[in-house]
Design a protein around this ligand. Sequence first.
Ligand SMILES: Cc1ncc(COP(=O)(O)O)c(C=O)c1O
Length: 411
Amino acid sequence: MWHRVAGRRERPIPYTATVAAPTDVLTDKLAGFGTTIFAEMSALAVETGAINLGQGFPDTDGPVEVLDAAVDAIRSGVNQYGPGLGHPELRQAIAEHQHRWFGLDIDPDTEVVVTAGATEALAAAMLGMLDAGDEVIVFEPMYDSYQAGIALAAASPVPVLLQPDADGVWRFDADGLRAAVTERTKLILLNTPHNPTGKVFDRDELDTIASVAIEHDLIVVTDEVYEHLVFDGSAHVPIATLPDMFERTLTISSGGKTFHTTGWKIGWMTGPNELVTAARMAKQYLTFVNGAPFQPATAVGLRLGDDYFTGLRDNLQTARDHLTDGLGRAGFTTYRPAAGYFVTVDITPVAPDLDGMTFCRELPQRAGVVAVPESAFYMHPENGDRFVRFAFCKQLPIIDAAVDQLVEAFG
Ligand SMILES: Cc1ncc(COP(=O)(O)O)c(C=O)c1O
């Protein structure tokens, strides 16, 4: 409980990173967005020297073959603008990857575009497909760029709430999803495996989403950046593999999480030519192309043997268990994630009087750890007031040190 360490609370939080938006200059479309929560919390980690379990980046390098391939590409002159669709080697590797893991047959010349991370693909999809006033169904909590991408397209997000059931599994109400559809709905934006909850949408849930999309002739844009990070023997099912779904689905992923190269920002979108082309029309005016030498290097990663992918997953599952168990010992209510980089906790048992934002701003002082308040992932922040996200894509000694500090502070 907070009161157990109350003696340390009088120290003021010296933190002022959130800059008020210059509203007289800023487009109305971005009014209210402010600084992203990751920038704010990472700045807080630097300022206080706390262990940063806020932002989702790994603290170890990825496979040496991938790193060497990038160095070789730079040295062999892959340093200029490449083809608008992406390096042919990478497009081929993406198509092979979709076939090898999910049985999808993709044409690398017409159904794949390489992007500046999944983030650009998401923004390009919104900008290339939406008109002002269109509605997008989103599952909240949601990755924070979704709302901004939809807003930049002058469209509106319509949230469907994910909530933990009695077993701690995050679920949505199927009737709530159906009720969210209006005549303005153009697409459903899905994220599976899901950030921040670590939910893997199961086959029944995907069937429900697919039936709504087919019934109302909606596009599905699906963000699958955690596709290889699924634990406990369960499997990621791309919604594009469901009957009659390929033709209405734009699938987005990236190499950052899978190859520990989040700073390279090599992402991609795959799907029927009509959808890929619509998103590419916007993408060509955003970056046109990016990351030339990192593209063939990411192709090397996608072609690594199965043991690379299973080893990555198994190591991360161990990290998940260290952190989730430790947070439980510290007194939080934990929701053990089925996938991804993050564990969500309910802070109520340790901080009944604080919201997640205040809790996270004080956490570096209290426990020397940085986490992220999940209210930032909701359209109605009060729905996420109790939830805080911790990242476990870190080395075990770092996670264990953070756990020790949290147990010391709250346990
Ligand atoms: C759900 C989700 N989508 C997209 C991204 C961003 O991917 P990229 O770095 O490839 O732009 C992240 C990064 O944390 C994420 O969690």
